[in-house]
Design a protein around this ligand. Structure first.
Ligand SMILES: [Zn+2]
Ligand SMILES: [Zn+2]
Length: 335
């Protein structure tokens, strides 16, 4: 129900019944990630981004978490005018109201960027947890770091599959770190902690590794895969990013950069692997179309020499109006 399995609800009931505290982790703020119309299939896509706007209930608005735009929450479908709008998926606000109905006598303490706005919002919420009374602490990755909750005996991680199919090669590593950090919040004191990963992909190698192996074993496995794929730390990456309001302008200039890069690579001292140009995984953000060109070399110095030459050449090329470009060496975010 509402993204909670029967097993998860039963464990919550048991731990609370024993007078303990529980942590429910979901890495998505807002009420639900999508609003859609069950009559015509309309969904709440942001006009400026290729992304859905998140439903917020308090206050009732649709917000784009990528460009910050927000509009009033529609009551009827903007496309077909039916009153058949429904939310899909789960955010912290929806989880909060669901848990409140399931556990009417238990305080639900929500911690996310919306609930902790303003001075001391977070510390006030955490003080209530530290008081030790049975409660459910519900929140996003704001909870993953730093805080110690000695009375929490159960951690439920919802949608633990979030990073499994990321377009970013670091997606699994980031997910594993988050899960490990969140799991580390439980059972710090004399009470043993239990961690429940809720997922639709229980057989996935990464989730199996996380529940059965140490983090060291998991990261060794990731390193083996990176070596095979010649990805960092076994190779060095640079990402050239281009964005413009006109998609053809962004792609055209990126193609010019790629051609220059091919020419430079004719020199054996400057050769690099060239991938792209191609649209970024998030193709449009805040009204701008985004294109990437990826350069890779196993030799760091060679990549740097190549970039130096490429930037000097690219600076000579007239850029189309309102086009922006930048070079990101060792990009931490490929989206
Ligand atoms: Zn409709
Ligand atoms: Zn947007």
């Amino acid at each position: 129900q509402e993204g909670f399995s029967e097993a998860a609800l039963a464990r919550l009931r048991q731990h609370l019944g024993n007078g303990n505290q529980c942590l429910v982790f979901i890495n998505r703020r807002g009420y639900a990630p999508v609003l859609n119309c069950t009559t015509c299939g309309w969904s709440s896509e942001c006009d400026a981004c290729i992304s859905q706007m998140t439903v917020h209930r308090t206050p009732p608005r649709l917000r784009c978490h990528h460009c910050g735009v927000s509009v009033a929450l529609p009551r009827t479908c903007p496309h077909c005018k039916s009153a058949t709008l429904d939310t899909m998926g789960l955010g912290t606000q929806k989880a909060e109201s669901f848990l409140q109905r399931q556990f009417p006598n238990t305080p639900i303490i929500r911690v996310d960027r919306d609930s902790t706005r303003g001075k001391e919002g977070l510390s006030r919420a955490l003080e209530r947890v530290e008081s030790g009374e049975p409660c459910i602490l519900l929140g996003t990755q704001m909870l993953a770091k730093g805080h110690h909750f000695p009375n929490i005996t159960l951690v439920v991680i919802l949608e633990a599959d979030g990073g499994l199919f990321s377009a970013d090669f670091r997606g699994q590593e980031q997910m594993a770190q988050l899960v490990t950090q969140v799991a580390g919040r439980a059972g710090r004191a004399e009470r043993a902690g239990e961690v429940l990963l809720q997922t639709k992909h229980a057989a996935h190698e990464t989730l199996q590794a996380l529940s059965n192996e140490s983090y060291a074993q998991f990261s060794q496995r990731q390193l083996d895969q990176r070596l095979l794929a010649s990805l960092p730390p076994f190779a060095h990456l640079a990402l050239l990013r281009f964005d413009a309001t006109d998609p053809a302008a962004a792609m055209g200039f990126a193609e010019t950069a790629a051609q220059l890069s091919v020419q430079l690579s004719e020199d054996p001292r400057l050769v690099v692997d060239i991938l792209g140009p191609m649209p970024a995984p998030m193709e449009k953000r805040a009204g701008r179309f985004r294109v990437q060109l990826q350069l890779k070399s196993e030799r760091r110095g060679q990549l740097q020499d190549h970039l130096k030459n490429l930037i000097a050449n690219l600076d000579q090329v007239k850029t189309p109006p309102r086009l922006r470009w930048s070079v990101d060496v060792d990009p931490q975010d490929m989206i």
